[in-house]
Design a protein around this ligand. Structure first.
Ligand code: IVH
Length: 682
């Protein structure tokens, strides 16, 4: 066939200009993504981002050969949230002036004194609070009921993130009885180190986006378009300020914090009322040495004049109050050298590059390693062996490389290339479409087995105490354990062949392995290490399917039909169970005495005993899971289909056929609010 005909039948050929433009667009989009997701500091507007993405898509549609596997158009979840409704604040949200030294604090006090016309002898009472490193929010409560909330935005108007806020368990839906008719409660949504490590660990395994630090993770989770994603991340909150308020009468900031606690709003316990500035300086110094021990990040101390009367007198200048100041601890960034880059293999076969650094102390801890996340990340930062890098550690979080000091790069350095073969078993690696990670596809890869075992025995999974990393590594290396089921047939003689293993320890570990046979189904599902399945989805699946067999025989549609289980997760589960080797593992587990069942959550009352509830449509104020748990707690049952036996149908927005069926059968239909009122009254 002549060439002209061939080209006429397929898409037109891209010229160099188009190829260059596509590459430039990809680079701009990647940069925008990184700024948005990793730093939460976008430089271009959402509209500009959309325009870049649209142009790239059109180019790639016209010239399909320009599509690359790592193009932002090919990634799931690459789209940036563009639209939230505006959330006007009744009273503007202020920010704070910073102090970087104890002298700055003294200067601030002198200025306050002058404004108040106070002499140097009259003490000013302050309150010191920790400066939580999260994302500021304003929550509106009307007659004690949570009515909505928004981000700070420009201080006047934020973004309406009500639906996401409703998924946060730490935020109460109702305040206690003496709450005022209207109040804007302000505070900080944040993520603990533990949760940050959990979601980043999962993202690394599944090729998703990782966040650079807990603050970005909190901000990113709050601005998710899909509240179900926010719901899977455990966000926390501390409240510390007030905006508009009808009928409030706080004497001082300490009074406000105590009142918040009484209403059921979480406040940070580490506050101190200080009689003078010296006591403030002591607080700042004390926490400078202690902040690493907190399970979340703080980046300073907020010092506030305690009395509200004095606060009113001091007033504000531009966007900051004169009555408060943020003392900022110095950033924890240090330079060091990359001595080597090694590639680890995770339990799902994901290859993660890790930088080995010349050990340096950062905030009191010696740092010698930093994760480089994945191939895209290493390429984006262009980290090379021999490079001098700036590393940073925030709290207890794994250190990361902020940037390369390119001016100090050795002349003979070369970009790091990810291996084409698994470093453990030499099987050629694969990169799936839409994923940032490379994977080893070999199911018998010893490194993978080792990681699977480590995960299986870990505290949140089967919790087999005494079986440490070193033992697990040897068991995998010696071929004594080829899958998790083999753990249950290990003999004491086999254990005794391991290094540093005595009779006593072997007996203890064997007893712990035996004891793990009674773990609930959710832990077993989690322990299997199926891609995309975290602790929460394991819990949901256990509740829905009741046994491993039922879960294993569920179709993708059955799985995707489960509330809060998405299609990707459903496909991953089905793929796992369709693999004959995994089927074999399950059979062996059963033969070895593991027949886990879901532990029904124990009812706390029997007010709804014998009553079946069906939830349908979209609930606005709670997740369906929470609603179902509430019913179960009260002794009732949640069911998926409507019959004459159904006690109530709770219909949210866009309820369809189930609502119609209830009408037909004469089953009472409740609105979400009626349901809430009903269970609140029980
Ligand atoms: S008071 C008008 N208290 O720091 C007073 N802010 O840099 C408003 N922050 O926008 C703020 N912990 O997001 C206050 N205990 C605390 C805080 C705190 C964290 C954040 C807040 C604020 C930012 C100012």
């Amino acid at each position: 066939m002549p060439e002209t005909e061939l080209t006429a039948q397929t898409a037109p050929r891209a010229d160099t200009d188009a190829a260059e433009r596509a590459e430039a667009l990809r680079a701009q989009i990647r940069r925008a993504n990184a700024l948005y997701y990793q730093r939460d500091a976008p430089e271009i507007s959402d509209a500009a981002y959309d325009a870049l993405m649209r142009e790239l898509k059109t180019l790639e549609e016209t010239y399909p050969e320009l599509v690359t596997a790592d193009s932002p158009t090919q990634k799931v979840g690459a789209e940036v949230v563009t639209t939230f409704q505006p959330y006007p604040h009744r009273v503007g949200m202020l920010s704070l002036d910073n102090a970087f030294s104890l002298d700055d604090l003294k200067t601030w006090e002198e200025r306050s004194r002058r404004r108040l016309g106070m002499d140097a002898e009259t003490p000013i009472e302050y309150i010191c609070e920790l400066k939580i490193d999260g994302s500021a929010v304003s929550l509106t409560y009307e007659n004690g009921v949570f009515a909505g909330g928004g981000t700070r935005g420009n201080g006047e108007v934020g973004e309406d993130i009500t639906l996401n806020l409703r998924t946060i368990a730490a935020l109460p839906r109702h305040l206690s009885e003496d709450a005022p008719p209207l109040i804007e409660v302000r505070g900080e949504i944040f993520m603990s180190h533990q949760e940050f490590a959990r979601i980043n660990g999962e993202a690394e395994e599944t090729g998703g986006r990782t966040f650079a630090n807990p603050r970005n993770a909190a901000a990113g989770s709050l601005r998710q378009k899909d509240p179900q994603i926010t719901a899977t991340r455990k966000l926390d909150v501390f409240l510390y300020a007030v905006g508009a308020c009808e009928g409030c009468d706080f004497a001082n900031q300490y009074d406000l914090l105590q009142t918040y606690e009484r209403w059921g709003l979480a406040t940070n316990p580490n506050v101190r009322v200080c009689g003078n500035l010296d006591e403030v300086l002591t607080f700042v110094e004390e926490w400078g040495g202690r902040k690493e021990s907190l399970p979340y990040d703080i980046d300073g101390v907020v010092v506030k004049v305690n009395s509200f009367a004095l606060q009113r007198e001091l007033g504000q200048v531009s966007r900051s109050p004169r009555w408060a100041i943020a003392y900022k601890y110095p950033a924890l960034q240090v330079r060091t050298k990359v001595e080597a880059i090694e590639v680890n293999v995770g339990r799902t076969g994901a290859l993660t590059p890790v930088a080995f650094l010349t050990p340096v102390p950062v905030a009191g801890v010696i740092v010698s390693r930093a994760t480089l996340h994945n191939e895209d990340e290493i390429r984006r930062k262009d980290v090379r062996v021999g490079d001098t890098v700036v590393i940073q550690r925030a709290g207890e979080v794994i250190p990361e490389i902020v940037e390369v000091v390119t001016s100090e790069r050795p002349e003979d350095s070369a970009p790091f290339a990810m291996p084409t073969e698994c470093p453990s078993c030499q099987t050629p690696v694969e990169r799936r479409e839409g994923e940032a990670v490379l994977r080893c596809p070999n199911p018998t890869c010893p490194q993978k087995i080792r990681q699977q075992l480590e995960h299986f025995v870990s505290r949140n999974a089967m919790d087999i105490e005494g079986l440490g990393e070193r033992h697990v590594a040897q068991l995998a290396q010696l071929g004594l354990v080829r899958d998790v089921a083999d753990l249950y047939t290990l003999t004491k003689e086999q254990f005794l062949t391991l290094e540093r293993m005595g009779d006593k320890l072997a007996t203890k570990i064997l007893a712990n392995i035996e004891g793990s046979k009674t773990r609930p189904l959710a832990r077993v599902i989690f322990g299997l290490g199926i891609r995309h399945i975290g602790e929460r989805s394991s819990e949901i699946l256990a509740q829905r399917f009741g046994t491993l067999d039922k879960l294993a025989s569920a179709s993708v549609d059955d799985l995707a039909g489960v509330f809060e289980i998405g299609r990707t997760t459903a496909e991953s589960i089905a793929e796992y169970f369709a693999d004959a080797r995994n089927g074999e593992t399950l059979r062996k587990l059963e033969a070895n005495g593991l027949r886990p069942e879901a532990h029904a959550s124990a009812p706390q009352s029997d007010a709804l005993a014998g009553k079946a509830f069906v939830f349908t449509g979209t609930l606005a104020k709670m997740t369906r899971e929470n609603a179902e748990t509430t019913v179960k707690r009260l002794g009732g049952r949640a069911s998926g289909s409507v019959s004459k036996q159904t006690a109530y149908v709770v219909a949210g927005e866009n309820a369809g056929s189930k609502r119609a069926k209830a009408q037909e059968l004469g089953v009472p239909i409740l609105t979400e609010d009626e349901f809430i009122a009903m269970v609140d009254a029980l």
